[in-house]
Design a protein around this ligand. Structure first.
Ligand code: HAM
Length: 444
């Protein structure tokens, strides 16, 4: 007997329907913001990710050599592929480019609650626009996508950090540019590892720089603790010279993004938090993560600005900002707060065929219903009424349409509402109208 591989899911119809309902909620939100859907390939050249995603993802790649001798990897994320796709058509695309995708990603992670080796992600990104408004727009979409499930600000929050301020802080502490990415990937782990392990990782990141890692660790710890714009202002109060002008300009950006988010009506969901730096290598500005604040505080989504990635892939310079939201933690949270979208996999109608001589007429009606968008099912084999009613009940159908000799003689069918057993005699020709109205079906 075969089992699924660790970290891979199989979706039986009930689970598939729940997943589809989640995807539809994401799609609805993205489209309402004017984003259009795209799809990158599942398999890419290994180099696209080893070069662009950073160390952590490198160690998690599902990689192999294909039969043509190419080093390839299943995509662990979609951002590098998106950057390539947009970069390749940079000249011809109307800007800003607002694209979204829903697809499966693969990471060879240690399997744990909320973390799998194959998971779906909703990605939404804006390319070709460097304004703070574009950052705000992606954060607002992240929030509205979660609100689309009925989630409230008491159930999740977006923590907003900033790599630009981190870099200014590190610069002031004497850290050189070549160490920024390494130091920030250590800071990204601060909530997950012990203080001693943190110090050790920091010492490694700063090896051969001549800097005192304990001092930098300390500076990082106090910076991580800042969780308000006032706190940021206070932290940088003493700054002077060239760096002070940069800090002041950046704090203005902070004022602007928080203002726009509050104008959009999503301010309650967002808080400044320097503890967010993001693990991926390509981020350059605002970075953010959405966390559930009920139950275990897991990450629902993460993203940020990555202005250098398109150029690094060899295309024209193109600013970019976006996020990825995973289906695993979102589905767990919805389950926890009882907000899993309703997913109905039952037919609307089950045809009960009283006699084989009526099968042709029944099929005609069933197909008429189906063509009008009503989910209609019927038994393949001749069977007694009792057995067919059992099948109708078991199918979860809302209505049974009964084709009986007596009704047929009058040009009618009997329509039975299965939840109440209420029966209506209906002209066969009017069955479609009756059922459409009863099912509240919007006819085109
Ligand atoms: P990420 O933080 O690596 O970012 O992933 C984003 C989200 O995907 C996470 O918050 C989590 O919900 C989900 N996720 C990641 N890994 C797993 C896993 N092993 N199992 C289950 N869910 C997982 C990115 O991937 C960036 N490419 C997002 C982005 C788009 N940045 C800019 N544009």
């Amino acid at each position: 007997m075969f089992k699924t591989l660790p970290g891979f899911r199989e979706f039986y119809p009930e689970d598939f329907a729940k997943k589809s309902a989640i995807f539809e909620t994401w799609r609805r939100a993205a489209r309402s913001f004017g984003f259009v859907e795209f799809e990158p390939p599942v398999l890419e050249s290994l180099e696209l990710f080893t070069e662009k995603s950073g160390e952590e993802i490198k160690s998690q790649l599902f990689e192999f050599v294909d039969k043509g001798g190419r080093a390839v990897a299943l995509r662990p994320e979609m951002t590098p592929s998106l950057a390539r796709m947009v970069g390749a058509r940079a000249g011809g695309l109307r800007r800003p480019v607002k694209w979204f995708a829903i697809g499966e990603n693969y990471r060879y992670e240690r399997q744990q609650k909320g973390r799998l080796r194959a998971f779906y992600q909703f990605n939404a990104d804006i390319l070709g626009d460097d304004s703070i408004a574009a950052d705000a727009e992606t954060i607002a979409l992240l929030i509205e996508a979660l609100r689309g499930f009925g989630l409230a600000s008491s159930e999740f929050k977006v923590r907003l950090g900033d790599r630009k301020l981190w870099v200014l802080m590190l610069e002031s502490a004497g850290v050189g540019e070549e160490s920024f990415v390494k130091v920030l990937s250590v800071v990204d782990k601060i909530e997950k590892v012990s203080p001693a392990a943190f110090d050790e990782m920091m010492a490694q990141a700063l090896e051969n720089t001549g800097l005192n890692p304990a001092k930098i660790s300390e500076a990082c710890r106090s910076f991580v603790a800042i969780n308000s714009l006032e706190g940021l202002r206070r932290h940088f109060e003493g700054a002077s010279g060239e760096v002070a002008a940069k800090i002041s300009a950046r704090l203005d950006d902070w004022g602007e993004i928080l203002k726009i988010l509050s104008e959009m009506g999503v301010g309650d969901f967002v808080g400044a938090d320097m503890g967010i730096v993001r693990g991926l290598a390509y981020y350059t500005g605002f970075v953010f993560e959405a966390f559930q604040i009920v139950g275990k505080g897991r990450a629902l989504a993460g993203g940020g600005r990555y202005d250098a990635l398109v150029k690094k892939l060899g295309y024209p310079d193109m600013p970019a900002v976006g996020f990825g939201m995973g289906d695993v933690t979102v589905a767990d949270l919805l389950e926890l707060v009882n907000k899993t979208p309703q997913a109905d996999i039952s037919p609307d109608v089950y045809a009960v065929i009283g006699s084989e001589s009526l099968r042709a007429a029944a099929l005609k009606t069933v197909f008429e219903l189906r063509r009008a968008g009503i989910k209609a099912d019927y038994p393949f084999k001749a069977a007694g009424f009792g057995k067919q009613f059992k099948a109708a009940d078991a199918s979860g159908a809302k209505f049974a349409v009964i084709f009986g000799e007596e009704e047929a003689a009058k040009g009618c069918v009997k329509i039975k509402k299965l939840s109440t057993s209420e029966e209506t005699l209906c002209e066969t020709e009017k069955a479609l109208d009756f059922l459409s109205a009863a099912l509240n079906l919007k006819r085109l």
